[in-house]
Design a protein around this ligand. Structure first.
Ligand code: ADP
Length: 449
């Protein structure tokens, strides 16, 4: 074997880096392998926020939240198909995961709203910069400080086991080194999902055939094959989420925080058609029912100013703007009188504090500060809810429901936490909490061997 470690982590997304740092801090010698030439996976693309309840940043802003509320929102969003024991882990550790990241140097002090949430609990950097890129940067910096052995261009091929069925190492293939194996007491599979693998997606959910995806190129699911080969059971693979708002022209995801900060969705008749902050599955389905199967996110300067990320979309050249709604309507070819009337009516709803048309719960701002903006959006594959079956200790389970000795898994590679539909903001929360847990438990397991 070319090397020996206590804990070997596969995947350099949020789950993998959290596991690596946590395992190191629990006393383990750690190696992290990543098949791509760059770190960060889907995690670094996450733009919305990190959901957590009863946190210090919430308290500082006077936001009242409860663990029960986060749990019931998560279950409702998942159509009650979530594994409740895993949801408890997610919810009960969410606040301590914010503290953990803050202790490592993160800024998660801005708290906004995401779809399906009863209160503001989506934590993100001050000014609304992308949460995923920030969290990955912080975790990467911490892994460098700890001198954790990170190997890029290195694909996990096979988990090796001893004659008792316990993990003894990992066979990898380095792009420039070829195959070699590393001895390890414990392996953490944090390889993410398979949203970028459209043939695989379409086989499980034919409605999604040919869909574009928000995912990074490495989200192909080969880590799930490695896990299955090692005897891990898969759950919920058929639940695949389309993010409702991809910029059709830009091919990038437009974060839910744009809606959370006040944007509305308008169809080609110039009318609203859905509660913009319903869950992603419902919002995506509603957009697909509109003429042209796309819609427009419409907002004003007050929303633009509230979220840094919007400048990025503007720079991409995919955000037509005009000083009046009528002018904007002409550019995007929707009915101008209807658009103006829809926005006026929405503004009345905001002023009254109640959305009489679609029961939208959060109504942050009237849209009356020109310029006005529109982004054409439609759904794209975003998150694969299913994956490796784990227990609340992040141990990978076999078909009989028994933990595979030394095999742990965390993040999008696992199934059960989100049920049939993941809430915006719950991915970063999931990967950090379960990544930490997997890393700590893998280190503990190793120290007993
Ligand atoms: P999560 O959000 O759960 O952390 P990400 O998608 O952010 O998941 O990260 C998963 C990472 O795992 C990606 O960077 C991906 O390239 C990497 N990966 C996937 N399969 C393998 C594999 N077989 N070997 C090594 N790395 C892998």
């Amino acid at each position: 074997a070319a090397g020996q470690v206590d804990v070997l982590v596969i995947g350099s997304g949020g789950a993998g880096f959290s596991a690596a740092v946590a395992a190191f801090d629990a006393g383990a010698k750690v190696m992290l392998v990543e098949k791509e030439p760059v770190i960060g996976g889907n995690a670094k693309l996450a733009a919305g926020g990190m959901n957590a309840a009863v946190t210090k940043p919430q308290a500082a802003k006077g936001i009242k939240d409860s663990l029960e509320s986060m749990k019931s929102d998560t279950m409702k969003g998942g159509r009650n198909l979530n594994d409740t024991a895993l949801v408890d882990v997610l919810v009960n550790n969410s606040s301590s995961s914010i503290d953990w990241l803050t202790g490592l140097g993160a800024d998660l002090n801005d708290v906004g709203r995401m779809g399906g949430a009863s209160v503001n609990r989506s934590h993100r950097p001050t000014g609304g910069a992308g949460v995923g890129a920030h969290v990955i940067q912080v975790l990467y910096d911490n892994s460098v400080k700890r001198d954790i052995d990170l190997r890029l261009n290195t694909r996990a091929v096979e988990v090796l086991k001893d004659d008792k069925g316990a993990v003894k190492g990992l066979l990898v293939k380095g792009q420039y080194t070829g195959y070699y194996w590393v001895k390890a007491d414990a392996v953490v599979i944090a390889t993410g999902g398979f949203g970028r693998n459209n043939p695989r997606v379409a086989e499980l959910d034919p409605k999604l055939k040919g869909f574009i995806a928000t995912n990074h190129a490495g989200a192909t699911g080969d880590g799930l094959d490695v896990a299955a080969e090692a005897g891990a059971e898969m759950v919920d693979l058929e639940y695949i989420q389309a993010h409702p708002t991809l910029s059709i022209k830009g091919g990038v995801m437009v974060t839910e925080a744009v809606r959370g900060n006040g944007a509305i969705l308008i169809n080609r008749e110039g009318k609203r058609f859905v509660n913009e902050l319903t869950t992603r599955d419902k919002a995506a389905a509603a957009i697909l029912q509109q003429k042209g199967k796309t819609a427009f996110l419409v907002f004003d300067d007050s929303v633009r100013k509230s979220l840094k990320k919007i400048e990025k979309y503007i720079k991409l050249g995919v955000v037509p703007s005009a000083s009046s709604l009528n002018e904007l309507a002409k550019i995007i070819e929707v009915d101008g009188a209807n658009l103006t009337a829809s926005v006026q009516r929405y503004n009345q709803n905001v002023a009254a504090g109640k959305d009489q048309d679609f029961e939208r719960q959060n109504l942050p701002t009237e849209l009356n500060q020109g310029n006005f903006y529109a982004i054409e959006v439609g759904p794209g594959v975003h998150h694969t809810m299913g994956g490796i079956k784990i227990d609340p200790a992040a141990e990978a389970l076999n078909a009989k429901g028994k933990a595979i000795p030394g095999l742990f898994a965390a993040g999008e590679a696992t199934g059960g936490v989100h049920g049939a539909n993941r809430l915006g903001g719950n991915a970063i929360s999931d990967i950090v909490t379960f990544g930490r847990l997997a890393g700590e438990n893998a280190a503990k397991y190793s120290s007993k061997r």
